[in-house]
Design a protein around this ligand. Structure first.
Ligand SMILES: [Zn+2]
Length: 179
């Protein structure tokens, strides 16, 4: 039952708006002016499953998020480099590799992983450094629902906790989902 259909039902049943509506939502039955009783169970909204989504910034140590990751459905985390390039670049920029991020998501049991913030040296296609390498490296560590985010890509998390890329509303082809 949605909030608006609940208020419509309350009005239809002649329950005066005011504090009584709040009492019903808190699980209390209330006496109506005409001596009827409004039962909370007739109006209460179903509780929504809680969602926990972690969106991290630059972070060369994904395991710092171990506590926050408990029970999370989605992790959005940078995977700036493949491991090989990360080793070449060194720790200065404080970025993660696809391997490190994916291994962390796997260990933490997070079912949906969105990788972002890729170094511009990775290109589409099959060049020496391609996005496919980032994806391959992540997949080797992570068997969950994996995405390499594209600019402006939108995602929807359904009630079963499954993340999916949403096509842009202008009808042009989405570019964020690479399954
Ligand atoms: Zn950065």
């Amino acid at each position: 039952m949605s909030a608006s259909s609940t208020s419509a039902k309350l009005e239809r049943d002649g329950v005066p708006s005011g504090p009584g509506w709040g009492q019903l939502q808190r699980g209390e039955d209330i006496d109506l002016p005409d001596c009827r009783v409004a039962r909370s169970s007739d109006y209460i909204l179903p509780t929504r499953a809680r969602r926990k989504i972690i969106v991290a910034g630059d972070n060369d140590t994904p395991s710092l998020l171990t506590m926050q990751a408990q029970g999370a459905q989605v992790l959005v985390h940078e995977a700036t480099y493949t491991e090989e390039i990360l080793q070449k670049v060194g720790p200065g920029p404080q970025h993660s590799s696809a391997r490190a991020t994916a291994a962390f998501a796997s260990e933490a049991g997070i079912p949906n992983l969105v990788l972002t913030h890729f170094s511009p040296r990775y290109q589409e296609g099959s060049g020496a450094l391609s996005m496919a390498h980032l994806e391959e490296e992540a997949r080797a560590e992570y068997s969950g629902n994996l995405f390499l985010a594209g600019d402006l890509q939108r995602y929807a998390l359904d009630k079963h906790g499954v993340l999916a890329a949403v096509l842009p509303q202008d009808g042009s082809e989405g570019n964020g989902e690479r399954k």
